[in-house]
Design a protein around this ligand. Sequence first.
Ligand SMILES: Nc1nc2c(c(=O)[nH]1)N[C@@H](CN(C=O)c1ccc(C(=O)N[C@@H](CCC(=O)O)C(=O)O)cc1)CN2
Length: 291
Amino acid sequence: MAQIIDGKAIAADIRREVAAEVAALSSTHNVPGLAVVIVGSRKDSQTYVNMKRKACAEVGIRSVDVDLPEDISETALVAEVHRLNADPAVHGILVQLPLPKHINEEKILTEISIEKDVDGFHPLNIGKLAMKGREPLFVPCTPKGCMELLSRSGVTVKGKRAVVVGRSNIVGLPVSLLLLKADATVSIVHSRTPDPESIVREADVVIAAAGQAMMIKGDWIKPGAAVIDVGTNSVDDPTRKSGYRLVGDVDFGDVSKVAGYLTPVPGGVGPMTVGMLLKNTVDGAKRGIVE
Ligand SMILES: Nc1nc2c(c(=O)[nH]1)N[C@@H](CN(C=O)c1ccc(C(=O)N[C@@H](CCC(=O)O)C(=O)O)cc1)CN2
């Protein structure tokens, strides 16, 4: 049976570490500030933004709440980002994704100052992540959380075969680059890969980020492999009051019989996304202090 990696507990450790750093910074009148920007009223985005704002309050980060209407123009949103870029009390800027269809996401992410890009999505930060010998100012939160879950569980990736399932800009691509930087031998499988099972079966480390509920079965997994499930898919569940439940990209019951390590959904990677955002904000604040 796999050892279950408790993302909630590891994220709580990270929050304690961040809170101690925030207290030290605040004692020298350098309170870290995070702008949390939401456009529109998507329910899932509101949930995530509320989680981020609450987490800031818990660790002592000053959250600057920016709630903008669904029909805001791209020009007005860019102006808002520029205002936050210029605000010395703001050390990090987080624009919750996805944005409404009429706004060019890439344009907005490119306008965020790279020194405040705590999401790590600016093309310059991603570019540096992709280059050997270069380090980005910030690493995207979910991929960074995956690596942290592995290292804090004693799983080394150096010299191992790692397979990433999915190639999104938010998770699949950056986590592949992080694994490569950590000296793993990395393959990416995606919707156009023939016979993905046979490639996943070679992996010592699997990162599942395809967005397909319970796609990865036990017979895809090499015995003893470490499996990190990034999927958050809601499926109907009439036995629940809400009528649904969250499941990952991994068939948890099946894979737990084969894998060496496995993250649950919920309670695995999700809480780490917020933990890493807090950590990035503190790192940004420390970098911004002029002695
Ligand atoms: N600007 C960004 N937008 C989005 C990001 C991001 O990193 N930056 N990631 C996702 C959503 N996300 C954070 O924004 C996020 C997703 C899930 C969780 C989480 O803790 N999930 C819980 C379950 C929560 C629930 O019950 O609904 C878990 O997995 O245990 C946190 C943050 C897209 N947008």
